[in-house]
Design a protein. Structure first.
Length: 101
């Protein structure tokens, strides 16, 4: 699980164009420890607690479950989901059911 969170955190940070330090500070981590802590999270040495991961998700504008998706395709779907309207979600759900999944 640590490796998945580390990978997703790095991907989302790079996609947002933030340094480790800027991300950490924006998520409420002390400015003097923000960079080393983020580095440890991204290397998988430590995993952020749930509250910290929530704050990171807010700053990175990704849904919290994104960090826990082991498959790349699922992670991408999770990132897209909040941008869909209700009708689009219903269409996707119906199509999925039609596939027998």
């Amino acid at each position: 699980m640590t490796d998945v969170v580390a990978k997703r955190l790095r991907e989302a940070r790079l996609a947002k164009g933030l340094s480790q330090k800027k991300l950490g500070i924006a998520a409420g981590i002390d400015e003097f420890t923000a960079s080393p802590r983020m580095n440890q999270y991204e290397r998988g040495k430590h995993i952020p607690d749930y509250t910290t991961l929530e704050r990171l998700a807010q700053v990175l504008e990704v849904p919290l479950p994104y960090f826990y998706a082991a498959e790349d395709e699922l992670a991408e779907w999770i990132k897209c989901f909040p941008r869909l309207g209700k009708a689009q979600i219903e269409n996707v759900m119906n199509e999925t059911k039609n596939l027998g999944v």
